[in-house]
Write a protein that binds this ligand. Structure first.
Ligand SMILES: Cc1cc2nc3c(=O)[nH]c(=O)nc-3n(C[C@H](O)[C@H](O)[C@H](O)COP(=O)(O)O)c2cc1C
Length: 165
């Protein structure tokens, strides 16, 4: 698949089949995240992969509990404050890291949804999972083998995005 097609056909997947993702694939997904660019190459990300049993407790912390319950696994993506040098740039790097993983997930014909609403309860979640204070949750990626492929989502017209001077 061309890179252009990969980017354009990626969808947020919220319904999954009951099939387990092999550990090898999970490692490859994290590897895609690891190769994201970051300011000063500080690589400020950390990951926590939760499988079936542990992941279901995550569902308590978001309105999107059904997505987490349906998924095979959840990847929690943290900003490691110990590695941070500029919060704004570090958060952009985390975004790049997440997008790398989403594209790799799609490339492998898996599906995923980037969950941000869960951040409203990140402190409660951190206490529940005994996450060290230097790790700040930035996103949860729910992933699995897709069962429903949503229709193409809309995007703004390119010309409306380009400023002219
Ligand atoms: C920062 C961020 C937070 C998001 N949070 C959620 C979320 O909490 N729940 C959800 O179902 N989708 C969430 N999404 C997915 C978006 O709804 C989705 O990317 C958007 O509607 C475009 O659809 P597409 O990804 O299929 O192209 C989030 C996406 C981003 C980038």
């Amino acid at each position: 698949m061309s890179v252009s097609r990969l980017i354009k056909t990626r969808r947020s997947i919220r319904k999954f089949r009951k099939k387990t993702i092999a550990k090898r694939l999970i490692d490859e997904i994290l590897e895609a995240g690891r190769w994201a660019p970051s300011g000063l190459n500080n690589q400020p990300w950390k990951f926590l992969v939760l499988d079936k049993a542990k992941k279901d407790s995550l569902a308590e912390f978001t309105h999107y509990s059904s997505v987490i319950k349906e998924a095979d696994k959840a990847i929690l993506v943290f900003l490691d404050k110990k590695a941070s040098y500029n919060r704004e740039k570090d958060l952009m790097a985390i975004g790049a890291c997440i997008q790398n993983m989403l594209l790799y997930i799609h490339f492998q014909k898996l599906g995923a949804c980037w969950l941000g609403e869960i951040l409203n309860q990140k402190d409660e979640l951190r206490r529940y999972f005994k996450i060290p204070k230097n790790l700040e949750l930035e996103a949860v990626i729910a992933l699995g083998y897709p069962s429903v492929f949503p229709k193409r989502t809309k995007r703004k017209q390119l010309r409306s995005l380009i400023e002219k001077r």
